[in-house]
Design a protein. Structure first.
Length: 250
């Protein structure tokens, strides 16, 4: 998928990995729509990038559906859509000190990370189905965000890991569903990248985990995710796969 002059929608595009990717895509000539619940951040980044900020809660179908319609109206239908919106409620499934993981936060995490991503794919793909095809008949690219935790989750991340494994699991069947329309589907599973979300995880825990990264032994830079998003867009042979980007931290 070319980047110059196409519309790219990013849920969770206001902060962290989504914001860094929006920057890379905008620098490469795409028009960006940032679909996020944090309008303060989204509006200031959209202004900087010449894009649009649209308020939404990805876990609420009506809200996401409205946001997709508004984004299409503002910058045209998406050729690229990336589902970054996600949360990580670090908590053991049960412990003597805290009891069981509360069902409300379990449900919310699944609603945002799983349903928000699947519903995003459904609504974005719908807008791509009848677009004019480009080279090889390509119409669009969907990129979802899982996590290394999907395959190798640390303590306290059972719900998060389950949600991210679900996203990784949907990648191949979704690519198969959408292949007849020339729409590719890829998933990125990041290791540790320094973002506001990563800062919420216990520092003692993350310091120890970073020291175990084989190479390079450091936090990932959110821009490195943006560069991977760009590469996935450009390279049409990438389809139906989850890429771990983590310095070999398995
Ligand atoms: N940072 C990491 O190391 C890391 C590692 C693996 C996976 N991830 C995943 O990458 C994605 C982005 O994480 P990040 O580190 O950039 O986090 P972040 O908190 O910096 O950004 C997340 C963005 O999503 C938005 N968001 C959250 N819930 C939303 C909702 N219901 N509706 C709309 N917007 C919502 C937030 O407002 C925020 O702008 C997440 O899915 C996360 O699970 C991050």
């Amino acid at each position: 998928m070319k980047l110059e002059g196409v519309a790219a929608f990013l849920t969770g595009g206001a902060s962290g990995l989504g914001a860094a990717s929006a920057r890379v895509l905008a620098e490469s000539g795409a028009s960006v729509a940032l679909l996020d619940r944090n309008m303060t951040l989204a509006e200031s980044l959209a202004k900087e990038l010449g894009g649009v900020a649209i308020e939404c809660d990805v876990a609420d179908h009506d809200s996401l559906s409205r946001a997709v319609a508004q984004a299409c109206e503002a910058i045209g239908p998406p050729r690229i859509a990336v589902n970054f919106a996600g949360i990580d409620v670090s908590r053991k499934i049960a412990s003597r000190s805290q009891g069981p993981h509360p069902i409300e936060s379990m449900q919310r995490e699944i609603d945002i990370n799983v349903i928000g991503t699947l519903d995003g794919c459904a609504l974005f793909a719908e807008r791509m189905l009848d677009l004019e095809p480009f080279e090889d008949g390509e119409r669009g690219v969907l990129i979802n965000i899982a996590s290394g935790a999907a395959f190798n989750g640390p303590p306290g991340q059972s719900v998060y890991a389950a949600s991210k494994r679900a996203v990784a699991g949907a990648t191949l069947p979704m690519a198969r569903d959408l292949a007849p329309y020339g729409i590719r589907v890829m998933t990125i599973a990041p290791g540790f990248f320094r973002t506001p979300l990563a800062e919420t995880v216990d520092k003692k825990h993350t310091d120890k985990l970073i020291s175990m990264v084989p190479f390079p032994k450091r936090w990932g830079d959110p821009r490195e995710i943006g560069e991977l998003v760009k590469h996935i867009c450009l390279n049409r042979m990438l389809n139906g796969e989850t890429i771990q980007i983590d310095g070999a931290m398995r």
